[in-house]
Design a protein around this ligand. Structure first.
Ligand code: NAD
Ligand code: DAU
Length: 358
């Protein structure tokens, strides 16, 4: 088959990456997808088990910081499009151990940019028009007060090691556009939720604990606000930017779904009570809510103004929070084996069984 694009997806075994790979294989069958993933604790090959034999899909286990391997991959596969998801993504881990965030998020992004520059701008490129899309976060803009929204021109003010590493990589991507003319896009997105999210993040963690009658940890007063975006909406926005975006531009992607954390936790409890009945003790699941010590430097509020991508590229989120959270809870209920295998660590054996002897 003659593929119209060859896309390198980094971090395709993580939460958003896996949803993105599946979306591409379904909706862009004329694109070839190479998934490069190191399989850190957050990478789970089972997320892509049902597509692993697809003709236009190829998995490579590797580190985005490995310059020689990346450059060889660009040449061998004639990569013309990069969708760069791979990152250390959990804010709490960045507070207790920032080193991996600096390495993967900054050095890894730099390594990919260098490979793209050498391959595409080195004078020998005879492939299709290239694009390098960096998937970033709204956290680069810092924290909002009670009013206002992040726009693409809001000054960067990152406040955690995670968000600082993402801001740093955004600056590098932007510098490669201005300095070398590398054809880049940057997307800054709000909190995603949906299938395959690692259960250290708020929504799957609360699901797992509420299901099992465990305490539901809510940081601080529970009134911090996040702008929730259903992961499929995010993935569709990325495809839209790849197909219609203007190189050198950044695009904010948000869900128009601002919620306090305590509201999110309560909704999950109420949905589980409605779908499964009350706890064996006869109590509602929200009785498990436990306010715990606040996250260090906890950003108070994020809210995205996504009017640029709406006005210029015609994308807007389709899924309301009420619809998305109900679908998400249904998915986790139907896939409890997935959650259990992540919780007990057995998901990491899957790679050994499926790929190690090939
Ligand atoms: P995730 O933690 O679920 O997955 C990260 C993936 O990257 C994993 O598969 C992991 O194995 C892989 N990876 C990590 N280090 C690597 C390395 N050195 N080389 C190759 N692969 C490596 O992350 P996610 O939540 O899916 O987020 C994906 C991207 O989207 C990240 O860049 C994140 O900053 C960004 N983002 C996430 C959200 C969100 O709400 N989850 C919101 C905005 C932006
Ligand atoms: O805004 C985009 C960002 O969203 C992404 O860039 C990050 O990769 C992603 O992890 C997410 O970051 P958050 O820190 O907002 O997500 P998290 O799920 O860790 O926390 C959501 C909110 O819930 C936050 O205010 C902290 C709070 N929280 C989190 C956990 C894990 C709790 O109250 N209790 C918890 O146990």
């Amino acid at each position: 088959m003659n593929f119209t694009r060859t896309v390198l997806v980094t971090g395709g075994c993580g939460f958003i990456g896996a949803n993105f790979v599946k979306l591409l294989l379904k909706e862009r069958p004329d694109w070839r997808v190479i998934n490069l993933d190191k399989l850190t604790y957050a990478g789970n090959l089972q997320n892509l088990a049902e597509v692993k034999e697809s003709e236009n899909y190829h998995f490579v286990k590797g580190d985005i910081c490995d310059a020689a391997m990346i450059e060889a991959l660009f040449t061998a596969e004639k990569i013309d499009t990069v969708c760069h998801f791979a990152a250390e993504s959990h804010v709490d881990r960045s507070i207790t151990g920032p080193a991996d965030f600096i390495q993967t998020n900054i050095v890894g992004t730099f390594t990919l940019l260098e490979a793209a520059r050498k391959t595409w701008l080195g004078g020998n490129w005879d492939g299709k028009e290239p694009s390098f899309l960096h998937v970033s976060t709204d956290e680069v803009y810092g924290s909002l007060g009670e009013t206002g929204f992040f726009t693409e021109t809001t000054p960067f003010d990152p406040r955690s090691p995670y968000s600082s590493s993402k801001a740093s990589s955004d600056h590098l991507v932007s510098a490669y556009f201005h300095t070398y003319g590398l054809p880049v896009f940057i997307t800054n997105c709000s909190n995603n939720y949906g299938p395959y999210q690692f259960p250290e993040k708020l929504i799957p963690l609360i699901f797992h604990n509420a299901l099992n009658g465990k305490a539901l940890p809510v940081y601080g007063d529970g009134k911090n606000i996040r702008d929730w975006l259903y992961v499929k909406d995010h993935c569709e926005a990325i495809v839209r930017v790849l197909e219609k975006g203007v190189h050198g531009q950044s695009y904010n992607i948000g869900g128009n779904n601002e919620k306090q954390n305590i509201e999110v936790v309560t909704v999950i409890c109420d949905l589980l009570d409605a779908k499964l009945g009350l706890l064996p003790s006869g109590e509602q699941r929200k009785s498990l809510i436990t306010f715990v010590k606040d996250r260090l430097g906890h950003d108070r509020r994020y809210a995205i103004d996504a009017s640029k991508i709406k006005d210029q590229l015609g994308w807007q989120p389709k899924v309301t929070f009420e619809e998305g959270i109900s679908k998400t809870i249904d998915w986790y209920l139907a896939n409890q084996q997935w959650v259990d295998s992540v919780m007990d660590g057995s998901y990491q054996e899957y790679y050994q069984q499926m790929y190690a002897n090939r």
